[in-house]
Design a protein around this ligand. Structure first.
Ligand code: SF4
Length: 433
């Protein structure tokens, strides 16, 4: 059957501002048909493409566009534009390039649309409202979701607890309701939702379907609001183990695998291992982190190199003024787009159940503020500015749901442990200061 149309995120704008980041930071897989199409386009040196390498190279059992030595796609021109797009129009580009930064997820009878915040224009909410791009997105969805579409299985609520798609929508609506309540800060909203999810996990299985689930969600949501009516939250320092597991997660989120890092071979792998150990130990200076190209271009920054000014791990545990209405707005929009687009569970997120996936999403809050603090402290500041938070979202969302390392069982186990030890709420409170 054909799907019934796309569900677009509200409150989100986007138009491409040609920073060229996605053309440098992603490997673009292409089909055999796309390979044939590009080969027929007859590219020559006169078009400005490199002639010292093939334009298309193998990627596993398929193909991908090749990159230059500086990491740029072979088709990216000096103005940050795609040569295929400029010469033959957008439909001539590989589908993956046309789709980015949209993410298309079949869900029941519909298709939900999310956006990737690794694109700085998405983070900054620049451009045309997504709601006005419906026909363009419908066309993309038609190319991605086959005509003989059959709805995939719904994500579990938690491991072993099956849901129908109608119940997924019920839970999704309450996650959204909890996070959209702007009368309190995003840290309080996250803590409320985390508290009722914990109770939902303990409910009798027969209460987790249809109208009984709807009634239960209403009760739990209302109780969580009564329990935490304002932003007066107890700030608890995360435990030593909680901080270790949190830094390990950040190290994975910051890996930011690209064409250039993949080329570093064994030296690159040793570097990753050493960096991972330093994050686990959490002593000394934080290993220097390079900004992604898109972040540098969008925020007018120069490349960071050397680690003279890299802050101490201990420095990042201080107060940086994380509770701020402007930061909350970016983080709220980020979380709502991920929830509305079902970009935190099921097929779009390592096949994780809804509750586990939400816990991973909630952990993005302290992770983003940790990276924002790293940026501020690297610039010699002890307080955050909006650009720190925006750049941190763009940096970390590159990996969220896409890094193979975060899909490993050990990564899932870490999230479960952090939750059992009450460390997710502790981390949200601690890094909101
Ligand atoms: S990262 Fe976003 S703004 Fe930059 S070129 Fe890609 S789609 Fe355009």
């Amino acid at each position: 059957m054909a799907h019934k149309g796309v569900i677009l995120p509200v409150l989100q704008n986007w138009s491409c501002h040609n920073c060229g980041g996605c053309c440098r930071e992603h490997q673009i897989g292409i089909t055999q048909e796309e390979k044939r199409r590009i080969e027929k386009q007859g590219w020559t040196e006169a078009d400005g493409i490199p002639t010292d390498r093939p334009l298309i190279v193998p990627l596993g059992t398929a193909w991908r566009l090749n990159h230059r030595d500086d990491g740029a796609c072979v088709f990216l021109n000096e103005q940050g534009l795609c040569r295929i797009h400029a010469k033959f129009g957008e439909p001539a580009k590989p589908l993956a390039c046309q789709v980015y930064p949209y993410a298309v997820h079949p869900s029941g009878a519909s298709v939900t649309i999310s956006l990737r915040f690794s694109c700085p224009s998405v983070v900054q909410n620049l451009g045309q409202p997504v709601a006005q791009q419906r026909s363009f997105v419908e066309q993309l969805a038609k190319q991605i979701v086959p005509a003989n579409y059959s709805a995939p299985a719904a994500p579990d609520l938690f491991t072993g607890q099956k849901l129908e798609w109608s119940d997924v929508t019920r839970v999704q609506a309450f996650l959204e309701r909890g996070l959209a309540d702007r009368r309190v800060g995003i840290a309080t909203r996250l803590m409320r939702v985390l508290s009722w999810l914990e109770l939902l996990e303990r409910a009798q299985p027969d209460a987790l379907h249809d109208s009984r689930l709807g009634d239960l969600l209403t009760l739990l949501h209302d109780a969580s609001v009564r329990a935490q009516p304002d932003d007066e939250l107890p700030v608890v320092r995360p435990s030593g183990l909680g901080r270790v597991m949190f830094r390990q997660m950040i190290a994975q989120l910051l890996r930011h695998d690209t064409e250039v890092t993949a080329r570093k071979g064994i030296a690159g792998r040793i570097g990753l291992l050493t960096g991972g150990i330093r994050f686990t130990l959490g002593v000394g200076r934080v290993p220097a982190q390079a900004d992604p190209v898109s972040v540098r271009v969008a925020f007018g920054m120069t490349a960071r190199n050397g680690n003279d000014r890299s802050p101490w791990f201990s420095q990042l545990e201080g107060e940086f003024g994380g509770r701020n209405a402007d930061f909350d707005e970016v983080l709220t929009r980020y979380m709502l787009v991920k929830i509305q687009g079902l970009h935190f569970c099921g097929k779009a997120f390592y096949d994780r159940p809804m509750i586990d996936g939400f816990r991973s999403l909630a952990l993005m809050y302290p992770a983003i503020l940790w990276v924002a603090r790293y940026r501020a402290a690297s610039d010699g500041r002890d307080h955050l500015v909006l650009q720190d938070v925006q750049a941190a979202v763009a940096t970390l969302d590159h990996s969220f749901g896409y890094s193979p390392a975060l899909g490993l069982k050990s990564s899932q186990h870490r999230i479960t442990q952090l939750s059992k030890l009450q460390q997710i709420t502790a981390l949200c409170g601690w890094y909101s200061r």
